[in-house]
Design a protein. Structure first.
Length: 299
């Protein structure tokens, strides 16, 4: 009975009509949250013909109305509900949908109801030939399997602001690939993203006894595929990448005189300090103690 009552209340809320007059206007209530991805902080956006992007969690009030812009707008909705109003139609924006708004056409999108929530990723695309296959269908809302994947990818991209350019280039390229290969029959593999995500975990837990087989299993791929992806990402094998992460971190930790070589070895996943010293000498051409002496004498 309660469900029927709720449906009845929802049905009597008047739906807006298609609009004929437009203005440029943006409103966000205080409860709204947004993270921006801009060209100034992520120049790889411009290289891949993105103008700007963002991650939004919206509530209590939100709308964007444009008379017409020179860029294309995409909305990928993960949760909640929004509404799109155009010159010809009013469309509900549900979870797991892609909203496409080509350049030079007026539109308004908003929270479906004042008490609704809306979690979505938005992207502004430069008006170039590259995006023509995506926007040629006109203004529309359509189902999409990409929403969660795009949100995760953009979150990783955002986390690399001020970080590693090689990863930013990968994320921007993968974002383009996902959007342009968005038909369900052509669903792209996300193996590269899984490997990148696992290596982010590896970096934060270098004391863990990582193995190539374990990293492959956590990435849900074979060892052979893992090595191919590592070669693509880092220019080396999985084992070489793991060693490199530990040896580069070792040079940072050796700046702290209060940390003994044995302590650093344990912190980097080497229970045997002699094994650590041997590996360090192979990688850097000197022992950890010799490296520390050079650092201290250079101060």
């Amino acid at each position: 009975m309660l469900e029927k009552s709720e449906n009845l209340c929802r049905s009597v809320i008047p739906m807006p009509e298609p609009k004929s007059s437009w203005q440029d206007e943006v409103y966000l209530a205080d409860a709204c949250k947004e993270r921006f991805l801009t060209q100034s902080e992520l120049p790889e956006l411009a290289e891949n013909q993105f103008f700007m992007a963002g991650l939004a969690e919206l509530s209590e009030g939100y709308h964007v109305e444009r008379v017409g812009t020179s860029i294309h707008t995409l909305l990928l909705t993960l949760e909640g509900r929004g509404r799109l109003i155009t010159e010809n139609a009013v469309m509900e924006i549900e979870a797991n949908t892609l909203t496409v708004l080509p350049a030079n056409l007026p539109f308004r999108f908003e929270l479906a109801q004042p008490d609704a929530n809306w979690k979505m990723a938005w992207l502004l695309l430069q008006s170039t030939e590259k995006w023509q296959p995506l926007i040629e269908g006109g203004q529309r809302v359509e189902p999409s399997y990409l929403c969660e994947q795009i949100w995760s990818l953009m979150s990783l991209f955002h986390s690399e602001i001020g970080g590693r350019s090689s990863f930013r280039k990968l994320f921007a390229s993968e974002l383009s690939r996902l959007l342009l290969g968005s038909s369900a029959s052509n669903a792209p593999s996300n193996s590269v993203l899984r490997v990148q995500s696992v290596f982010n975990e590896v970096e934060s837990q270098l004391h863990h006894p990582w193995t190539v087989k374990g990293i492959a299993e956590q990435s849900y791929i074979s060892v052979e595929q893992l090595n191919r992806i590592c070669k693509q990402l880092y220019g080396c094998s999985t084992q070489q990448r793991l060693i490199a992460l530990r040896m580069e971190k070792a040079t940072d930790l050796l700046h702290y005189e209060s940390w003994s070589v044995g302590m650093i070895a344990l912190r980097l996943g080497y229970p045997d300090p002699y094994n650590f010293t041997h590996r360090f000498r192979q990688y850097h051409g000197c022992s950890p103690r010799e490296y520390r002496k050079r650092v201290m004498s250079g101060r």
